[in-house]
Design a protein around this ligand. Structure first.
Ligand code: URA
Length: 235
């Protein structure tokens, strides 16, 4: 692939802007030799202003989403892309969130520009466990764990029952819920179905991946070990 296209696809600017970057001598190889827009160079060899390029297509990253950010590219409020380098929003193929977390939910959010990987993660048959911690407005009644585990619970206005889910009670009004599917507002609606209300919600794990100390608002690119770990645990 020609350098100008490589740079444009990674969000370094339009083709015109990428050509300008090259003309200004800001794009070099690893030894500092200036590169030209038409050169065909391996991604790993290219430097812009002396810095290696952002990861190539096939990027998977983990973001610790804070409360108050929407999983959307267009929203009048704050969006998760505001927490990433502005270039990431301009990449081709686009960087998409792997599923969504509500604006008021915090925790582990994956983003990728790899459509096949995205589908592999969210496909129902992947059975990847997603682990949430929820603070509840009301004490538990006692029958919720059985109700969630039964595989017969129907959410309002749906006709397919939920897959069995595991509920662990950590404190009288603080629980861990493990799901292997991802329906719209699922955790909040599950607790609504048993007469409760979720006051705060956090996702701590997806598959075998955890935030592992990544602070709210921070992100990191996932490597081959992380990817293996992601799929290591399927429910
Ligand atoms: N379930 C919810 O209700 N909200 C989320 O953000 C994720 C799962």
């Amino acid at each position: 692939m020609k350098l100008v296209r490589l740079l444009a696809n990674l969000g370094y600017g339009s083709r015109r802007q990428a050509t300008l970057l090259c003309r200004e001598g800001r794009v070099t190889d690893a030894r500092g030799e200036v590169l030209y827009a038409d050169d065909v160079v391996a991604h790993a060899q290219v430097r812009v202003d002396g810095e290696p390029l952002d990861p190539p297509q096939g990027m998977l990253l983990m973001l610790h989403k804070p409360v108050g950010y929407t999983c959307s590219t267009r929203d009048p409020g704050r969006v998760v892309y505001d927490l990433l380098p502005p270039r990431f929003r301009l990449r081709t193929p686009a960087l998409s969130t792997v599923g969504r977390l509500d604006r008021d939910t915090s925790g582990l959010l994956l983003l990728t520009d790899d459509g096949a990987l995205l589908h592999r993660i969210i496909a129902p048959r992947s059975n990847l466990p997603k682990v949430y911690e929820a603070r509840l407005a009301q004490p538990l009644r006692g029958d919720e764990a059985a109700s969630f585990a039964g595989g017969t619970l129907l959410l309002e206005s749906e006709t397919t029952p939920l897959k069995p889910a595991r509920l662990d009670v950590l404190e009288p009004q603080y629980v861990r819920l493990t799901l292997t599917e991802g329906r719209y507002h699922q955790v909040r609606r599950m607790f609504a179905a048993v007469g409760n209300y979720v006051e705060s919600l956090h996702r701590s794990r997806v598959g075998g991946l955890a935030l592992d100390g990544l602070e709210a608002g921070r992100w990191r690119v996932l490597n081959a070990i992380d990817r293996r770990r992601l799929f290591e645990e399927s429910g």
